[in-house]
Ligand binder design. Sequence first.
Ligand SMILES: [Zn+2]
Length: 91
Amino acid sequence: MLRCPNCRVQNPGTSCCRRCGMELVALQNIETKAKNLVLCALTLLLQENPRNLDYARHFLLQACKLQQDSLSTILLEFINTRLAVVTTELS
Ligand SMILES: [Zn+2]
């Protein structure tokens, strides 16, 4: 966590914000879950199997529900482009 969501101090700490005392563990757990979902999506994409695109997209959409970031957004755009190409190739 780069900033405390409450007081915006940089590098707020690990369990509680060093400035305002806000509990951070639950939020850090959500960040970790989102990162793990993005890693699952990346693992599937690296296998270069078109059948994995839908699964990777599912993981990224779940990650975005927890935490939106630029990597997830870019990967979703990539998958949507690939899905359009695969759909065109199959028709
Ligand atoms: Zn704070």
